[in-house]
Design a protein around this ligand. Structure first.
Ligand code: SF4
Length: 306
């Protein structure tokens, strides 16, 4: 149990280390509230990776999971990128590796590989183009092939396939946090909050997406809720987003579909791990230059169309 005075001491220590390292601290929308509050910027993985390219800092402390810090390293080769907790990974990103992408490419030689940003640098390097949950449809439509191999998230891929004329071949990966939300739980949440609008992330399974009023990425959810005249929302994504939703919309209420909407790896980062990482300058995330350049090409192609 961390006492209030300990929290203040940790925040002071982090602020001091930030000066010493000339660091910027960025945190993903799914991080713990106290980590989000201490960060210089909070956002989705791509927003943060891009933000890092715009700041005057030598060190980037990425509070998130490994592939996010890798994406920051891909875009910021001149900066040192530290991951806030060395063991924080993404089980979905780990469901596919470079050899498997090559194998699928051989199986479907006429198709272009589109990878979700939630993938490792080596998978990005094997892909033609990268996408996020916000720009997936636009990215897939931009690909100069009619067939697309979509990796690794089958649910995001399925959602995109309903919005495009291209034929998508779906790799069977998934995010366990979103995939385990069941339609029965959605029905129950709707009965409990009959006036609430249901907004879900496209990483949810198709049966859940079919029940939603809107299907949105985390950054789109924040904008959608801010602009909406509705007062109550049922949220189908990781529970960490509720912190920002509540802070930015104090007059609105937010409910989760179930109590299982927690990403264990996202919660591994605490103020203690951030302070320790900075103090020891540990968990440096690097990408071999040959992979970085190819992965960057896939990311750059995406940035050019979105
Ligand atoms: S929420 Fe899902 S996609 Fe995001 S880091 Fe956790 S397991 Fe990976």
């Amino acid at each position: 149990m961390v006492e209030v005075s300990d929290v203040e001491k940790l925040k002071e220590k982090i602020a001091r280390l930030k000066e010493e390292l000339r660091a910027v601290i960025v945190a993903h929308n799914y991080q713990r509230p106290e980590v989000q509050d201490m960060a210089d910027f909070v956002g989705d993985s791509l927003e943060l990776a891009r933000k890092c390219t715009q700041v005057d800092a030598e060190v980037v402390v990425f509070c998130g999971v490994h592939f996010m810090a890798e994406t920051a390293a891909i875009l910021n080769p001149e900066r040192t990128v530290l991951l806030s907790e060395g063991s924080a990974g993404c089980p979905m990103a780990d469901m596919i590796n470079a050899a498997e992408v090559r194998e699928w490419q051989q199986r479907y030689p006429g198709a272009a590989v589109v990878c979700y940003v939630n993938s490792s640098a080596e998978v990005k390097a094997e892909s033609y183009i990268c996408c996020t949950s916000a720009n997936g449809v636009k990215v897939v439509d931009s690909v100069p092939r009619n067939e697309v191999i979509f990796v690794p998230d089958q649910n995001l891929g399925h959602y995109i396939s309903t919005q495009t004329k291209k034929r998508l071949i779906l790799y069977p990966g998934f995010c366990y946090v979103h995939h385990r939300i069941r339609p029965e739980q959605v029905e129950m949440a709707k009965r409990l909050h009959p006036d609430a609008q249901l907004i879900v992330h496209p990483e949810c399974r198709p049966e859940v997406v079919a029940l939603a009023e809107a299907v949105l990425s985390t950054s789109q959810m924040l904008r959608y809720v801010g602009a909406s005249s509705h007062k109550s929302f049922i949220i189908g994504t990781e529970e960490g987003l509720l912190h920002r939703l509540r802070e930015e919309n104090p007059d609105k209420s937010f409910h989760l579909i179930s109590n299982g909407q927690i990403c264990t790896d996202m919660k591994k980062t605490t103020l203690e791990t951030v302070a320790k990482t900075m103090e020891l300058r540990q968990n440096v995330v690097t990408v071999p230059e040959e992979i970085r350049l190819r992965a960057k090409q896939a990311v750059d192609r995406m940035l050019a169309v979105s």
